[in-house]
Design a binder for this molecule. Structure first.
Ligand SMILES: C[S@@+](CC[C@H](N)C(=O)[O-])C[C@H]1O[C@@H](n2cnc3c(N)ncnc32)[C@H](O)[C@@H]1O
Length: 420
């Protein structure tokens, strides 16, 4: 049992995020320059504030409000009451934002429980959200106590310790949002941790963060299938220090048995055979043209695990739901979450029509493949691809990138034409 002395709540500092005012223990005086610089950006630490609160997660909490807003209108959650667990809730900032920013009739449907092992954080959570049940207990136990319909898992580091309890206890149809901050393991830069924790090898190449999202998704899918469930991805994101996936979870032994249909490999500098297989499998819209940077391959493609070009096993299915992306308009974000919400959803609506397209093209690599002196302007490249009759959009990504269904030769031609 945590015996931390709980400080008087009158000292609370009010922090505004979205349209929500949130009480937190005051930030400490005499912070180092590094801590000062991090304030407002995160990640936070205990030298900065006695309980965990990370302002760098604001955009992710905004998307969480918007996803709930969309899903509460959907058939998937067609129930009068939605049993919701914020399994690692800290001071309840996500719960506070749901309850403050969702339309009243939707917020009223939520029966929310928050769990955390930090007693002081929970004292603040109770003040922030007086009508919510907060439990000071290991969340793995709390997860097993009910058939949750909405589960949020936002741990320090890897979500692995929580996944089996979450899957085992989820309702027949549920939604799970899962954050991972152990990006060094997931992106393969800590190769041993990646293999030990996730049973995978990730090449630390220009696609490492996309591979990390696909590895987290594969890990969630495997946990689901161990408990006779399958997942349907709704949303995925990479924001500086964290990776997050949001999925529908469905109890279905038949679908759980088909897990391997959505698993596979990423290969860098693919051979002609690999490009042909990827294209024939529907995983690579850029086609068979030789000399491309990457493609995805299905699970049954024979790969050599000592091949440095290979990352995986990964999730090779879609990372997004088209309708969820289409619902994340700037107008809705600003209406629900306030004027600062635009950044949380920028580009997402445009990605809706490419939600099924697996490939992501980072434009920094393009000068290596055609006669241009630098990367093209994203907007110009996208416009050129659309003018050529293909779907294309700027990707919401941590580096300049697009998604398109255009063949590789067209991507290169349009890139060159951007410099004419
Ligand atoms: C990253 S923080 C959560 C932040 C929170 N979701 C938010 O948006 O502000 C992780 C939290 O998990 C709590 N925690 C870690 N292990 C736990 C466990 N086994 N059971 C319950 N809480 C735990 C920590 O006390 C910490 O408050």
């Amino acid at each position: 049992m945590n015996t931390t002395e709980v400080k008087p709540l009158e000292e609370a500092e009010i922090v505004r995020e979205g349209r929500t005012e949130h009480r937190l223990p005051p930030a400490k005086e005499g912070r180092s320059e590094l801590q000062q610089e991090r304030h407002g950006k995160g990640p936070a630490d205990r030298a900065h504030r006695s309980v965990f609160h990370n302002p760098a997660m604001a955009n992710c909490r905004t998307r969480s409000v918007l996803l709930m807003d969309y899903m509460l209108d959907s058939e998937w959650l067609n129930k009068p009451v939605i049993h919701t667990l914020d399994a690692l809730c800290a001071t309840g900032s996500r719960i506070n934002r749901w309850l403050t920013e969702l339309p009243n009739e939707k917020a009223a449907k939520l029966r929310i429980t928050g769990a955390d092992l930090d007693e002081e954080a929970l004292e603040y959570a109770k003040k922030n959200c007086p009508d919510v049940t907060f439990i000071h207990k290991d969340s793995r136990q709390v997860l097993l106590e009910s058939g949750w319909q909405w589960i949020d898992i936002d741990p320090f580091g890897s979500p692995l310790p929580f996944l089996d309890s979450a899957m085992q206890s989820s309702a027949r149809r549920s939604v799970m949002e899962i954050t991972a901050t152990d990006t060094a393991a997931l992106t393969g830069s800590s190769a041993n941790a990646c293999l030990r924790r996730y049973g995978a090898k990730i090449s630390t190449d220009g696609m490492a963060h996309d591979s990390a999202i696909r590895l987290l998704m594969a890990t969630v899918a495997r946990a689901a299938s161990r408990h006779d469930r399958c997942i349907i991805p709704l949303l995925s994101s990479w924001d500086s220090h964290h990776i997050r996936v949001s999925v529908k979870v469905h109890r279905s032994i038949q679908s759980a048995n088909q897990l391997e249909d959505d698993l596979g490999w990423r290969v860098a500098n693919p051979t002609p055979d690999e490009l042909k297989f990827a294209t024939d499998s529907g995983l690579h819209p850029q086609g068979e043209t030789e000399g491309q940077p990457y493609c995805l391959l299905p699970f049954d493609y024979p790969v050599r695990r000592d091949d440095e070009r290979i990352s995986g096993p990964l999730w090779t299915g879609p990372l997004f739901d088209r309708d969820v992306l289409a619902s994340m308009t700037v107008e809705r974000a600003v209406e629900l979450c306030g004027d600062d919400a635009e950044r949380a959803v920028r580009y997402l609506v445009d990605e809706a029509e490419l939600a099924d397209v697996r490939s992501l093209i980072t434009t920094d690599v393009l000068p290596r493949y055609c006669a241009v002196g630098g990367p093209p302007r994203l907007a110009e490249l996208v416009e050129g691809l659309r003018d050529a009759g293909y779907k294309a959009c700027i990707a919401k990504w941590g580096a300049p990138a697009i998604r398109t269904d255009a063949p590789w030769t067209i991507v290169l031609q349009v890139t060159e034409s951007c410099f004419d």
